[in-house]
Design a protein around this ligand. Sequence first.
Ligand SMILES: *Cc1c(COP(=O)(O)O)cnc(C)c1O
Length: 382
Amino acid sequence: MTTNATAGTALPECEIQERLNRLLCDIHAATRQQVGYPVNQDFNYSALLPFLDYSINNVGDPFHPSNYWSNTHAFEREVIARFASLMRIDPADAWGYVTSGGTEGNMYGLYLARELFPNAMFYFSEETHYSVLKNVRVLNARHIMIRRQENGEIDYDDLEAMIRVNRDLPAVIMANVGTTMRGAIDNIPRIRDILRDQAVTSHYIRADAALSGMILPFVGDPQPYGFDAGIDSVSISGHKMIGAPLPCGVVLTRRPYVERVGRAIEYVGVEDTTLSGSRNAFTPLLLWHAFARYGDAGFRKLVAGALDTAEYAVGQFNERGIPAWRHKNSVTVVFPRPAPEVFRKWQMAPEGDITHIITMPHVTRQMIDDLVNDCAARELSS
Ligand SMILES: *Cc1c(COP(=O)(O)O)cnc(C)c1O
């Protein structure tokens, strides 16, 4: 018997507890098998629980004073400064805020681009996260979807051909720094070469580094990814590599860009530089806490462990005759889509005839062994 709280009757306390406990059990069980999505399940933020007793709100620009004093803007600014350093820009030259996740970050980065270059053509590969197509539609921006290579990188020849026929327009390019499906990283220097060869001087490179933005700063030989490589804005998710109980992320850009947009909006009378009005004040604390606990050395260790597990997974799959592969510096292991029951059991994400696992820090070698066994057993029996 389940009582439906939506029927309008208050439930007895024990029944409320029972319903919640059952949900908690289900979530706990699901978490143990999770290998298909890029979310780190290893975290402990219990030190922050007392903040749930207050209605904190980060409304407005974190770098400007607010009339709503119960905020965590000071911590948010520290988080932004840390991410700025990781993305290789002087924090004094960077602006950003903590978002609700990658989709809002992409939206913000593309919105800024459109404000800077109202008649620009937007380019992104078909491997790009689904939020980008939605975002350019919301912005009513002219866009061209570029082919991808088999490994998930943008097809540079197709990009060059499309830019050539639109040479008279400013170019906004969405570069993937770790695609969702294959972990592919678009070659940013090569994209800049194409822009230079086509003499397109008005351009804006947007980087989507949802997952890899917290990997590349901590490896020895990263692919170019940061502001030093010529990007103009980037977003990184908080609930992916770092791990968080609530979805969140960060968007960063060059400070002068936002000052231009800020002026445009000032005429409605507010210092309204963010997309959302009321904003989550708890998620900046989560990120701050993670940075404070790990430090760079801690993240280097976390990332090295996840990359080791990925390499282990490729090896185990290959040993059993399953052609798994991954990109350099990627925790995304791509392999042929297994039988439906294996696929469901491990909560994998499909794309046509391939799937992937993402060896986040909570994914153990034991889980890999079990998964590889399941995949191999099914291959034999089919
Ligand atoms: C996960 C992801 C996003 C979107 O993140 P949400 O937080 O789910 O909005 C964007 N881009 C890439 C490449 C991603 O992997």
